[in-house]
Write a protein of this length. Sequence first.
Length: 300
Amino acid sequence: MSRPHIVIADDEARFRETIAKILEHKGFVVTLVGSGDQVLELLQTINPDVILLDVRMPGLNGDAALPRILAMKPHSRVILLTGHGEQASARKAFETGAFDYLCKPCDVNILVARIHDAVNASLNGRAREKKVIEIMIPIEDYACVQASSTVKLGIEAIKIASENFISSGLIMQSGHRAVLVFEGEELAGVLTMRNLIQAIRPDYLVTSEGALLHGMRYSPMFWSGLFNMRVSALESKCVREIMNPRPPVVGCDANLMQVAQLLCEENRRRVAVEQDGRIVGVVREQELFHEISRLILSRG
């Protein structure tokens, strides 16, 4: 198998030469140019696997060169590099067809990994990937309560959702053991079974330091009756006092890796899906697992 060919277009000679040495060491063939115009000229004679394109260069800059590159070579994988990254610029690059938009300084290992991703995408083609809106649970099918609701009402909602989940057996499609919490029409948080368990613990157990716990090391055997007492105290609370914070929110056109990253980065179990400023659904760990299993098992 031939070594992947990478074109680096950047007006900073030192930068492109340094990156070239790294990529050559990683097994790539590298060609260096200093402007977008030189990339277009080069593409008349070669078909590189990946093009690293600086956004700001004299003459034809990366923003202007990108659509012309893709017009010449529609299947090219172009990774834009910039020291002045902005959301609007990244969105424009995405809509034009760039493979990625990386900000300088960028970790070398991340750059190399994304180049490999681009090469593999070129070799295998881009199979259509589902969007968030295709795997989410619609908000109409998700239990919801108001933040001002009593804990009792929240428990009833969780119980109904859980019983429906058990009886239907639709773990991947619709079953859930949490409720979304709203303040009016604004998403405010999530109420889970775990919140209820955490809420019945006395404050001195939640906030105590090692010295206090050391002093209470024999106390658990004396806690009989404390559970019922704390549950009784919980009854007077409202949902907003014990709920988890608002989950991360993604747009309905978000890709599934964005969801996976958010779940891991923020240590959450679900994300809310937004469309036109309104929450329209939820994607949980279960939906991602179902999609992972579908893709793997469908390959036989």
